[in-house]
Design a protein around this ligand. Structure first.
Ligand code: AHR
Length: 503
């Protein structure tokens, strides 16, 4: 039996809903087809946005959406995506398949999408090939409520009132596709560009995100923070001019040359993948330790704005479109990472899985008018119970499992939070392909009145197809016995479980 100790009296930090955020890039069939089909499409839509996709994402409680990239962001010129659609400039998507885009999805369409979804907005600006003026004018266009060249242009294009930009990324992967810069250089660029990301509405300040490291590039974090905090002696409230520092880390079973298949993998690849994804824990800990030295009060968020699995593309699909299936293995990857983000919620203020629809570890796949929810979708829906809660102290006994010494993993992953009404939410994942485990969760000093459980489980590469959309889905889980402050249950192999506890 595995002892799971929960101390509801020990609050460990606030779980920002944005920890469960998403990312949508102009890449493959994410925006076009996956989300936006245009007003004249036969696929049911509202102002061009697929109704089925919007409804599913609302049900999953999507809290925030990042757009337009990714690598695409550093080649995106926002003015090409406004005004009369027929006369918008076409552009080559050089990063992703070299396809020509007609710019019919631009700023107005993104804002419309977020309004339909009821989620926050995270816009990523162009540093790599854009100018300070271009970035500054985009912010003015979107957020200024008054008379100005950009606000007037927005009104002329049919939107009288400004929108809210909750987060603004000053470049993307500036160490790579965003300009191949060194951290010393980017630090100056960031200080410069962010100056002109103006806050026109003091009640709705834009949170500025600096380009942070790629996985374990601790030097990037150190140099950037060092240079951004320089000369701020008198103004420590500037916090290095940033509200967030991004971190990108993808889970590849093998490496960039041969990533591994999304389906039809073996047990060894299962454990390799989970082992690789668990590296996130070390990344969060070590980057946070550097940030702690500059910002001990956790004012600057670590923004994991690209994470998730990256496999070889599905056979017969465009290699530049990054289309992959999604199995129970992805459900485990999602559960493990969301538990980690919860545990690190003091520092991790937002995270955005890559990407929303039809790209990488997507929550939704589409084919023509058809849509399906992936196992990852169901995990996000389940974990939405943690949004806006307080993390509470918890720990669990584990043992190491796996097939090879170098790819061992702990058998269990968990996190626990309490919501505003005092209900406790336990999410727990079983990383074993074959073993069930008996768990005893103890809520120290509490009398448990009732529980409600939901679970996702199946064979390791179980997935949903357009022929069979519900092979993997959430089902209720009643096999929990209550005794005083304890819950006893058997957690099936290869599963993610949510138990809501009423005290
Ligand atoms: O998500 C796909 C790509 O991965 C993004 O465009 C880029 O930022 C990262 O390298």
């Amino acid at each position: 039996m595995y002892r799971h100790i929960i101390n509801p009296e020990k609050k460990k930090g606030h779980i920002n809903p944005e920890i469960q955020g998403h990312f949508s890039e102009h890449l493959g069939r994410c925006i076009y087809e996956g989300i936006y089909v245009g007003e004249n499409s036969d696929i049911p839509n509202k102002n061009g946005m697929r109704t089925d996709v919007v409804e599913a994402l609302k049900e999953m409680k999507i809290p925030v959406l990042r757009w337009p990239g990714g690598c695409f962001a550093d080649e995106y010129h926002w003015m090409d995506g406004i005004g009369e659609k027929a006369s918008r400039k076409k552009m080559i998507n050089t990063n992703w398949g070299g396809v020509v885009e007609d710019n019919s999805f631009g700023t107005h369409e993104f804002m419309e999408l977020c309004e339909q979804l009821g989620c926050k907005t995270y816009i990523n600006g162009n540093v790599g090939s854009g100018t300070v003026r271009e970035m500054s004018e985009w912010v003015e266009y979107m957020t200024f409520d008054g008379v100005s060249p950009m606000a007037d242009l927005r009104k002329k294009n049919g939107h009288e009132k400004p929108w809210t930009v909750d987060y603004f990324g000053v470049g993307n992967e500036s160490w790579g596709c965003g300009g191949n810069m060194l951290p010393e250089y980017y630090a100056d660029i960031f200080r410069h560009y962010q100056t002109f990301v103006r806050n026109y509405n003091p009640d709705k300040k834009i949170k500025k995100i600096a380009v942070g490291p790629s996985d374990k590039d601790y030097n990037w974090t150190e140099v950037l923070l060092n240079k951004c905090f320089m000369g701020q002696g008198k103004f420590p409230q500037n916090y290095g001019y940033m509200n967030g520092l991004s971190l990108h880390y993808y889970t590849l079973p093998y490496d960039w040359d041969r990533k591994g298949a999304a389906t039809g993998f073996n047990e060894k690849e299962w454990y390799m993948t989970l082992n690789k994804t668990l590296f996130m824990e070390e990344l969060l800990t070590k980057h946070s330790a550097i940030m702690d030295r500059y910002d001990p009060e956790n004012k600057i968020g670590l923004i994991v704005d690209e994470w998730g699995t990256w496999y070889d593309v599905e056979e017969g699909t465009n290699p530049g479109f990054l289309y992959q299936q999604n199995t129970m293995r992805d459900a485990l990857v999602a559960g493990i990472n969301l538990n980690l983000f919860n545990k690190h919620c003091k520092r991790v203020h937002m995270a955005n899985i890559a990407q929303l629809v039809n790209v990488l570890q997507a929550v939704i796949l589409t084919e023509g008018a058809e849509m399906l929810k992936t196992p990852t979708y169901h995990v996000f829906k389940m974990y939405s119970a943690h949004q806006d809660n307080e993390l509470i102290e918890s720990s669990i006994d584990t043992k190491q499992i796996g097939l090879e010494d170098s790819y061992m993993v702990p058998n269990l992953s968990e996190s626990v939070s309490v919501d505003r009404d005092g209900r406790v939410h336990i999410t727990i994942a079983n990383l074993s392909v074959s073993e069930d485990y008996e768990i005893e969760s103890t809520l120290l000093g509490k009398e448990i009145k009732a529980v409600n459980g939901e679970i996702i489980t199946g064979k390791m590469d179980a997935h949903n197809t357009f022929e069979n959309k519900e092979t993997v889905k959430l089902v209720s889980f009643d096999a929990v016995s209550i005794k005083g402050d304890k819950l006893n249950y058997v957690l099936p192999a290869c599963s993610v479980l949510h138990i809501e506890v009423t005290l």
